[in-house]
Every structure is written in structure tokens, then in C-alpha cells.
Design a protein. Sequence first.
Length: 63
Amino acid sequence: MSTKLFVCAAALAAVTGVAVSAASAQVTIPTVAIGNPGNATDPTTGLGTVDYAYRIGATSMKT
């Protein structure tokens, strides 16, 4: 249940006295590491510098 939906359901429960329960589920999101802090900027584009290592969500596009 999304946070917004749960908040709305909880508010409705407070007004009506009806109990609300939230389902609990674990979601795994695949990530990839982004790193090499301090690497040099690409001289052609001015892009590419990474100030710190972090992870970002990974997706694959199926065609």
C-alpha cells in the first residue's frame, strides 16, 4: 500500500472507527555501483566526474 493511500485510509479509519491494516512486503530493486570518485572530467563533453561512490537502480529494456 503506498504511503499516500495508507495515510488516507488511516484518516478514514480515524473518522469512521474502522480498523485499517497495511500489508507488508519486501521489494528488491537491482542496483549497479557508480564510482571512481575523483575521476577526470571528459575533456570533450565536460561530463563524467563522480564526486562519491553510490548505487543506482538498474533496469533492462526488452525489445
